[in-house]
Each structure stands twice: as C-alpha cells, then as structure tokens.
Design a protein around this ligand. Structure first.
Ligand code: C2E
Ligand code: MG
Ligand code: MG
Length: 597
C-alpha cells in the first residue's frame, strides 16, 4: 500500500517539501524507473493535497521527537508557517506548561511502554493561549526500536474554554459573576485555616436588601435583576484583597473578611457597605434607594466552625436587623437562635390560622360627636387561637409583616369587612393596611376587585395608613395611594401625632381623613400642650377639608373638649370596644334606638 509506505517510509514527502524527500530516500527511488518515479511524485503530491485538506494537523516525528512533517493545517491553526516548527521538538512549542506532558507521554512511546498516546497540551494558537489535542502512534523497526511517530493534532481551544466557563459557572452566580454559596464556603474555610496561623479574626457579614421582594414584584424581574447586578458591582468594586464578596440568594450577599485585629473592625466594613448603598440605583428610568440589613458574626483565631454554621449565624443576626427596623447592623448573639425557633413556630401557626379560619374581624363604632349618630366602624383583626384564646393584633401583625403573611391577612380582613358592610347603607368601614401593601403596585387592582365583588360603594370605604409606612418608600407609596384614591375610596392617616407627625404630610398625601392618636386624646383634659396640638390639627383638617376622627376617647370629659374644638368624629371605649359583627349590629340598633328616644 503506497500510502502506508509513504507514511512509514524513511523519507518521501514526509521529510519536507515535496521532492526534497528523494535526497534522503535513495533506497526507495533507486529501484524505480523514470515513469514510476513520476507516478510516485504525482501520488506524493496527491496524498499531500489530501492531508493538507484535513482540518486536523497531520504530523510525523523522527526518532528524536522532532517534527519532520506537518500538514497545511498547522499553519492554518497555529498561524505560523510549518518550516518554523519542522526540525523542532513539540515541547519547543513555547509553552512551559506543555513540556512535562509531552515529555511524559512521548517518553512512554520511546521507552516502548506504549504504542499510542492521546493527550491535551497547552499551546500558543494564533498568538493566543489555547489547547491542542494530540493523538500519536509510535513507529518501530523490526527489532522494536523506536524510529519515530505519526499522528494528528486538533485545536480544542473552544471546547476547553467552554468547559472552563461551565466549571466557573458551577462556582459563580451567572447574574452578577460573584462567587456563589459553594465557592464562598470554600473561601470561608480557607480564611479560617489561615487565621489559625496568623492569629487574626475572620468576619462574615450577611447582607440582605430591604424590601427587595416588593421592588421585584412591582417593577418586574428584569428591573430587579438590574438592581441586583448594580449592587453586586458596587460591592465587588469596594472589597479589599483580604475580603470576598459572594451572592448566596436572591437579594442576599455575603462579605467574608480576614486578617482583622479586632472584632469591631467588622462593624466598619458594615458601615462601608451601608455607605456604598446610599447612592441611588438607576433602573427603568427611576432612582431606587436600596438599603440593606446586615448581620455580622466574627470568629476568633483557632475557633473551629463550619462555614455553613457561620453563614446561618450571620443570617440570624441579619434577621434581627430587619426586625429592629431594617437598614441597620446586628451582631450575632446566642439568644438569637432561640428567638428564631420562636418566630418560626409563630409563622407556621399564623399560616395555619389564616388558612384554617382562626382570624376574625371585629368592628369598633365611629361616632359623630355633634349628633351622636353611628357613622361607621373600623375593622380590627383578631386571632382566635385554639389554646391561647383571643390574640390582639400587636402580637401577630408584626410577624405577618415580616413574613409576607400580611398580604393574605389583609385580603381576608378587607374582603370580610367589605362583605359585612355592603348591606349597611349609610355606614362606612375603615380597614388598616400595612407598609407592604403601599409598595405593591398590584394592591389597588386587588382592592378594586374586592370592592366590585362585595357590591359596596367605594365612597363608603376607608383605608388607614400610617406616615411611617409611607415613609418606608415614599415614591412607590404615592403611586399606590393615588391609584387607590382614584377609585373613589378614602385614605385616612392613622395614629397622627406619633412617628414623624409632619403637618406638611397632610397636604402632600392624597388623604381625605386624619385620625388623631389616642395618646393626645388621652392628655386633652390635663395637658395644655396636647390640647393645643389637637386644636391645631383640628383647625388644619378643617382648612384642608379633611375628615377628622379622635381615637381612644374613653371619657365624656374628653368628648366634651373635642366638641369645643369642632372635632367631627370620635372612636373609643366610651362608646364601644371593638365588637364581633353581630354584636356591632346590635350596638348600632340599641344606640340609634336610645338616640331616638
Ligand atoms: P389602630 O388602627 O390605631 O386601631 C386602634 C386601636 O386602638 C385598636 O387596637 C383599638 O382596640 C384600640 N382602641 C380603640 N379605642 C380605645 C380606647 O378608648 N382606649 C384604648 N386604650 N384603646 C382603644 P387593636 O385592635 O389592638 O389594634 C391595634 C393596632 O393593630 C391597630 O391600631 C392597627 O394598627 C393594627 N391592626 C389592627 N387590625 C389590623 C389589620 O387588619 N391590618 C393591619 N395591617 N393592622 C391592623
Ligand atoms: Mg387604624
Ligand atoms: Mg390608630
């Protein structure tokens, strides 16, 4: 077979440029006449053309492992002419890392340990670092001595790069490019190992963006992703060489810092993170203020802790920061573990309560101070716990707000109240709503649907909000409040006088009613200051054409003072406590009967 002769032959076209082979191949050409010599050379060129058309680099090595043939693919793939490599060994390709692999793999062919080898080696391909796959077969003389080798090389750089990218993806978060949880755990373990030697402190900071879920739900996931990517870039841009920043969950980031001399240094890192977030993030043409709650845990040098334990503790501390009003830092303490267990059982119980019908709605009458007529009621939620009895909202509304259960809870109270009052012409009903609803852009539509389903006229519906809730995110809240008001219902500012108590808010917010907090009504008969404040609010409300309700009226004396101030409405134990619906109906009937008498 000519081909195999040619490949294994001593010389021929494998020795170099076509034709030059005859010089070293005297034995082969000597026995040929001119015609066969011509045929041979023609075949030589044809086979060469075939080899040159292959995408793989076909090569031959001499007994000293020097290239003595390279097909045209060499130049196409490597970007350098073949004659530059001919006469050189493969390990002279210019990549030190390739030397060992080549020496080892080809060495086994030379030593007779193997007849074939197949391996990948780093190479400079077209001026860039890449990878070649080399498959090579030994050639031996009849005594088994190594005379050379032949084989093919393929450019596998693209495949290697894809593999490397996939390996990277397994350890990095695709959205932000930051290390993911598994790489982070690795880094934490390494940091702790180093801290044992250096006697320095390691700190883990768990960072959770405040109200991110609401932003994501209302603006859409793309905008949410943009915010996350922007925050990630800021964090990544600010870390020092002794710190790692990772993304471990939706809106959760972790910074691991090592080499701290004192645990307090962790707090300055937390302060730095807060400062980074002060600058608003621009997404979808809107400025977003992104705040974060941060939990911190530090490890003394030599302390043996698992990365997962540390993350869990930092997470608990972060949760504490959320509970204490967000936008702040808390350091992990043992007691947090017990509290977490507590909260989880409350959450689970509350979820069962909502699904299992343990929530009830009570109604406290609102009375017209001038005529004494019942104007309507405020709906107040109660939890009838199978063992603990009736639980007031102060003990479970905060948990509902923290866990997101506030949404189904509000939906329950609202739809029940609207249905109860739909048939009570002439009476209005007020329902309390939380900060969460104020930044949920779908909430107004939900309310509209509930109003429509109940058949109540929107003008008889009031939603109570607090200034504190509005101030958590004024921009989003204003959008929601305007959409609610445009449906024809009334918005009331609850607990007025507490919290920020800015009179200016009365003008800026689309509210139609103000409720003066019980604490001022309480002092109205004894304190001149409280009296002055209530008087001022009453004057302003009347000037701005707002309805006014005094909360927590417990005595006839308080009611009398309020009447002198032209306060139109009142609510309090003087008239009635919050009552179950049937008792409320009975109260209205008895109250109106008494007035008529
Ligand atoms: P709020 O909206 O200011 O409701 C008035 C609270 O004052 C009620 O407490 C009511 O029972 C109490 N109160 C009324 N008159 C008097 C009085 O003369 N003296 C005294 N000492 N207290 C009086 P409650 O029902 O325990 O509700 C507490 C808070 O829980 C409410 O304050 C409201 O902020 C929240 N809440 C109640 N129900 C809901 C609800 O369905 N959703 C939401 N998000 N919050 C609710
Ligand atoms: Mg209220
Ligand atoms: Mg109130």
């Amino acid at each position: 077979m000519i081909g195999s002769d040619a490949v294994t032959g001593d010389g021929g076209w494998l020795g170099g440029p076509a034709g030059s082979g005859s010089a070293g191949g005297g034995g082969l050409s000597a026995g040929r006449d001119n015609e066969s010599q011509q045929l041979w050379e023609a075949a030589d060129e044809r086979y060469r053309a075939v080899l040159d058309s292959l995408a793989e680099i076909v090569f031959e090595l001499d007994a000293n492992l020097r290239f003595r043939f390279l097909s045209a693919a060499w130049e196409r793939v490597m970007g350098v002419p073949a004659h530059v490599a001919l006469g050189h060994r493969a390990d002279e390709l210019g990549i030190p890392a390739a030397h060992a692999a080549i020496a080892e793999e080809l060495g086994r062919l030379v030593d007779g340990e193997a007849d074939q080898a197949s391996f990948e080696l780093p190479a400079v391909i077209g001026g860039e670092s890449g990878w070649l796959d080399m498959r090579v077969t030994a050639q031996r003389d009849p005594d088994g001595r190594f005379t050379g080798a032949s084989g093919v090389m393929t450019d596998v750089s693209d495949r290697r790069r894809t593999e490397e990218r996939l390996a990277r993806l397994a350890l990095h978060d695709p959205l932000t490019g930051l290390p993911n949880r598994s790489l982070l755990c690795d880094r934490v373990a390494q940091a702790m190992a180093r801290s044992r030697r250096s006697q320095e402190i390691v700190a883990v900071l768990f960072i959770d963006l405040d109200h991110f879920k609401v932003l994501n739900d209302s603006l859409g996931h793309d905008a949410g992703d943009e915010v996350l990517a922007a925050v990630a870039a800021r964090l990544a841009g600010s870390v020092r060489s002794t710190e790692t920043v990772a993304r471990v969950g939706g809106d959760e980031f972790v910074v691991v810092a090592e080499g701290l001399a004192e645990a307090e240094e962790a707090l300055s890192i937390a302060a730095r993170v807060h400062e980074l977030l002060l600058e608003p993030v621009h997404v979808a043409g809107i400025e977003h203020l992104v705040a974060a709650s941060i939990g911190v845990v530090t490890v003394a040098p030599g302390e043996l802790r698992s990365a997962n334990d540390l993350l869990a503790e930092a997470d608990l501390a972060m949760y504490r920061a959320k509970e204490r009003g967000r936008g702040r830092v808390e350091v992990f303490q043992e007691e947090l573990r017990a509290r977490a267990a507590d909260r989880m059982s409350t959450e689970a119980a509350l979820r069962r309560a909502i699904d299992g019908g343990e929530l009830e709605v009570f109604y406290q009458p609102v009375i017209a101070l001038g005529t004494g007529a019942v104007q309507g009621a405020e709906a107040l939620v109660r939890w009838r716990h199978p063992e603990r009895g009736l639980i007031p909202p102060a003990l479970f509304v905060p948990t509902a707000e923290e866990t997101g259960l506030i949404a189904p809870m509000t939906a329950f109270v609202l739809s029940r109240a609207l249905r109860d009052f739909a048939g009570l012409e002439g009476l209005s009903v007020a329902v309390n709503i939380s900060a969460r609803q104020l930044i949920d852009l779908r909430f107004p539509d939900d309310v509209a649907a509930m109003i429509a389903a109940s058949g109540i006229d929107a003008s008889r519906v009031t939603l109570e909000i607090t200034e504190t809730a509005v101030l958590a995110d004024p921009e989003a809240s204003l959008v929601v409040l305007h959409r609610l008001r445009d449906q024809g219902l009334t918005l009331a500012l609850d607990d007025f006088g507490t919290g920020y108590s800015a009179l200016a808010h009365l003008q800026q917010l689309p509210v139609g009613c103000v409720k003066i907090d019980r604490s001022f009504v309480d002092g109205i008969t004894a304190s001149a200051t409280d009296r002055a404040l209530v008087q001022a609010v009453a004057g302003l409300a009347s000037a701005l054409n707002l309805r006014l309700v005094a909360e927590g009226v417990e005595s006839e004396a308080q009611a009398a003072v309020l009447r002198t101030m032209d306060c139109p409405s009142a609510q309090g134990f003087l008239y009635a406590k919050p009552l179950p619906f049937d008792e409320f109906l009975a109260f209205v009937e008895a109250h109106e009967a008494r007035r008529a008498a």
